[in-house]
Every structure is written in C-alpha cells, then in structure tokens.
Design a protein around this ligand. Structure first.
Ligand code: ZN
Length: 306
C-alpha cells in the first residue's frame, strides 16, 4: 500500500490500520526525523508532530511480532531522533548506509541515465570519480540537471561538459543571479572568498581547490569549494587543522582589508563549521595535547570527518 502521510495522530493510526488489513506489509517512513525528533526541543516543538510521534510509538508497541507488518524508517539525522524511537525493542536493527563509493556512484549514474541520450564521449566512470561524497539523490539530481543543461543548449545528447555544469549546481546550489549586490558587497565577498582560497592553497592538508565564485547561491554571497581527488573515508589531525585554518581565511581577509571594526557577518557559517570541528577534535577524537585521548560528552554527528 502506498499512501501519503502528513502529520497528525489520526493519520498515523490510519496508516497502521491500513497496514494490518494488507498483511504481509512494509510501512516505510522516509525522513522520520520530521516527526520523530526529540520531544520538547526546538527540533520537535510542534504539538501536532508530537502527537504523531506518540501515536507512532503506541502503534509500534502494539505489535506482537506476528502481525506481518514491518516498519522501516529512514533518516539522514539519526542523532536528532527521540530516544523513545531508538531504544531497543522499537526498531530491531539500525543499518547505516554510507555515501556510495566510486563504483557505487557509477552504477547509480547508470540507472539514472538509462533513458537519457548520452553523447558517446560521456564516461560515467569519470563522472563518478569527480563526485566523491555525492549521495544517490545527489547523483539523480546531477543526471537530471545535465539533461536540462543539454536541453537548454538545444543539443540532442548530453555531453561531459553538461555533467560538469550540473555538478557545480548540485554541489553549490543554483546561482541567484536575481540577488542584486552592491559593488561594495561584491568587493567584500571577493576578498572573503580569496582569503579562503589563499589559505587553502598555502596550508598543507586541504583537498585541492575546485572553484571560487562570488555569484550568490542560496544564502551565500560566494563560495570556495575544495574537492577530494578520490573517496575519503578518514581524515587526519593536520587535515582537520588545515580545514579550520581555511574556514577562518575569509574573516581574516576581511579584517586585513577593512580593519577589525569593518568585518561583516559573512563568516558566520565558517565559524560554526570551525567550532564544531574544534569541539570534536578535543572532546571526541583525542586530538588535544592538553586534554588527552579522552571522550567528553555525547557523541555528536561527525559527518565532516569525510
Ligand atoms: Zn566564508
């Protein structure tokens, strides 16, 4: 049975009733964090959502294991789930699905380009090599964007260069050309991004610089992007320090040009990123000489370790 479930306890009850009528049956809840976030916190303050989560827990407790209904849920943010959901006895198994490796990405691209007219010059293996860290959804998006790009050119087939354009768009978000920046804002953004880029080039340990841009995308006025040459599954201390240095490169460049009182808020996400890394290095990864190899506090999500 496929049905759309919004929020609401009644809907949740409904879903399980439907499922019991159609056994054997699998209930799949995508992005369960939308309703299953920790109760009573910012992530899940909404009353209706709490009602849905409570109903879900009630329904799952009602199972005796022989009803022929299997509940399967997916999330990209397991650390935000309410503890009642992750407690043993609720979901029997947790399977971590990592981002696909090069081979996996090639296979996924093959699926999503099956019905698309590819130019003979397109090597999906090469596209896969150039997209480390891309999820299955990102790759699907990439294939669609490449096709759109080709269509916009009026071409009959999708070429490698269409994939290149699509990659930048998927990686950094669509360009917001409608956002009018003043010359001064643009100049400041240029200094800021150049600061990131320079530090990235000068401090050993960063991935190769892929692109620097001062065309606004999403909420960012500019971007500096590094791209690993291959899949990465671990990261070393000096590399984390290099990333932290690069994160502060933008603010430092602004300070050098405009003085300590002339800096902008453009570094806010850089600061978030660097702080999160520093905290993990000290409290979880045992990379501080003063604190030593000790774990402090709950494990946080450390997705930046790739
Ligand atoms: Zn920045």
């Amino acid at each position: 049975v496929e049905m759309f479930v919004g929020v609401g306890a009644a809907r949740a009850r409904d879903l399980f009733e439907q499922a019991k009528k159609h056994t054997p049956c699998i209930i799949f809840i995508d992005e369960i964090d939308a309703i299953g976030g920790t109760r009573g916190t910012g992530a899940n303050k909404h009353e209706e959502r709490e009602g849905t989560l409570n109903q879900l827990l009630v329904e799952m407790d009602g199972f005796d294991g022989s009803e022929g209904v299997i509940v399967l849920a997916a999330t990209n943010r397991p650390e935000t789930l309410d503890s009642a959901l992750t407690r043993s006895g609720r979901f029997d198994r947790q399977v971590t699905v990592n981002a696909p490796d090069k081979k996996g990405r090639e296979e996924i691209l093959r699926v999503h380009t099956r019905n698309k007219p590819l130019d003979p010059d397109v090597q999906l293996g090469t596209v896969a090599r150039g997209t480390p860290g891309f999820s299955g959804a990102d790759l699907e998006n990439l294939a669609n964007e490449a096709a759109l790009w080709a269509a916009r050119r009026g071409a009959d087939t999708i070429t490698m260069s269409d994939f290149e354009h699509a990659k930048d768009k998927v990686m950094m978000g669509a360009e917001r050309k409608s956002l009018i920046m003043t010359d001064e804002e643009r100049r400041m953004t240029a200094y800021h991004e150049a600061g990131h880029a320079l530090v990235s080039l000068k401090v050993p340990g960063n991935d190769p610089l892929h692109m620097v841009s001062i065309i606004p995308r999403g909420r960012a006025f500019g971007v500096t992007v590094n791209l690993p040459v291959d899949d990465r599954f671990s990261v070393k201390k000096f590399e984390l320090k290099a990333r932290m240095a690069m994160a502060y490169g933008g603010r430092i460049a602004e300070e050098m040009i405009y003085g300590p009182e002339g800096v902008s808020g453009g570094a806010s996400s850089d600061i978030v990123q660097a702080t999160r890394m520093a905290r993990a290095m000290v409290a979880q990864l045992g990379m501080s000489d003063k604190v030593g190899p000790v774990n402090y506090g709950a494990d946080q999500e450390m997705s930046f370790l790739k």
